[in-house]
Design a binder for this molecule. Structure first.
Ligand SMILES: [Zn+2]
Length: 340
């Protein structure tokens, strides 16, 4: 089969490798319906994370089950499935408490790689959710978004305690930030402020439910959020970037007693204990427990109540994965889908 590897920063190649096989009796093998490139794939692509040897790439996936191991009981060959970017057993105490992305036996799918024709999914019963049937082709991008960016944006909004009567601010206008806007809208937020200075992304944010756009960043961005909220700050702030500036901006934009949901993969962020102490905000973040939300998200997509697949503004064949990375790196694309 063909699969995508990163050999060195900026060097993406699609190569022929052996088909994956069942290794553990809890595994499934799926044939992907589509793959995609994530904002977090850009960290090693840009050399921010080191690349010591060719890395399999990709962690988002939807597709049809081809084969299951002997201990898999709920997932069956022929089913169309969506899974989280973290494989989880679904049975440990952490999974049962709603945090499957920190499962005691978790496997990050980025170690497996899913920008490929097939993939081995560990812990199939705990990780995969079958759709009600074979999806119409136009639903595939939205189902693929559920695997990570929608689930992550959703967790950001839930962690930020978005809901009726709340003003929610979203820091970051990548796919996760835009889908956090969609999530805040679904969760019933009264006012949703998207922080973006990119016209096409502002437009999509408005389609997803943003009521206000703030183009300022850093301290100016914080001042603008305060100005829009009677000097108090937002009740709920989603941080969807992962840098020092974005984290600082998110905490600074939150009112005392408010909640920050931080879902941008953190890189070189250091926080002052004194600032944290006096901010008096609730902080919850980390790798999103996407599997917790998948049944609800699949249902919303299946009933066509949400259309998160709109974040894919570029679609290329798998063989052109290198161009997909380049387009996202240069911010010419919000998110690139790879046709398998
Ligand atoms: Zn678990």
């Amino acid at each position: 089969m063909r699969a995508t590897f990163l050999h060195a920063p900026g060097d993406v190649r699609v190569e022929e490798i052996d088909d994956p096989k069942i290794i553990e009796p809890t595994d499934a093998i799926i044939r992907l319906a589509a793959a995609c490139v994530c904002g977090s794939d850009l960290w090693p692509y840009r050399g921010v994370e080191s690349v010591d040897e060719p890395m399999p790439m990709g962690h988002e996936y939807v597709g049809v089950v081809e084969e299951v191991g002997g201990e898999v009981t709920t997932i069956k060959p022929g089913q169309f499935v969506v899974g989280s970017f973290v494989a989880s057993d679904g049975t440990c105490e952490i999974c049962r408490s709603g945090y499957p992305s920190s499962c005691a036996h978790r496997v990050f799918m980025s170690q497996v790689g899913t920008q490929s024709e097939r993939a081995r999914i560990p812990w199939a019963d705990g990780t995969l959710v079958a759709t009600p049937g074979t999806p119409e082709p136009d639903l595939i991008p939205s189902l693929l978004a559920a695997s990570d960016v929608l689930g992550t944006g959703w967790f950001g909004a839930v962690a930020a305690d978005a809901g009726p009567g709340k003003t929610v601010a979203v820091v970051g206008d990548g796919a996760v930030g835009l889908l956090a806007v969609l999530a805040a809208k679904q969760l019933g937020a009264e006012r949703i402020i998207a922080m973006s200075r990119h016209e096409a992304r502002q437009k999509l944010a408005r389609e997803f439910g943003a009521t206000d756009i703030v183009t300022e960043r850093g301290d100016e961005g914080v001042a603008r959020i305060k100005e829009l909220t009677g000097g108090l700050g937002a009740h709920s702030v989603v941080e969807a970037v992962g840098t020092q500036e974005s984290m600082h901006q998110a905490i600074g934009s939150t009112r005392a007693g408010g909640h920050v949901g931080f879902v941008g993969v953190s890189h070189d962020v250091s926080l002052s204990g004194e600032d944290l102490f006096f901010s008096q905000v609730n902080l919850l973040g980390g790798p999103a427990p996407v599997r917790r939300f998948l049944p609800e998200l699949i249902d919303l997509i299946w009933q066509r109540k949400i259309d998160p697949g709109k974040v894919f503004d570029l679609a290329l064949p798998l063989d052109q994965a290198a161009e997909a990375y380049k387009a996202m790196d240069e911010r010419r694309a919000i998110k690139a889908l790879l046709r398998v």
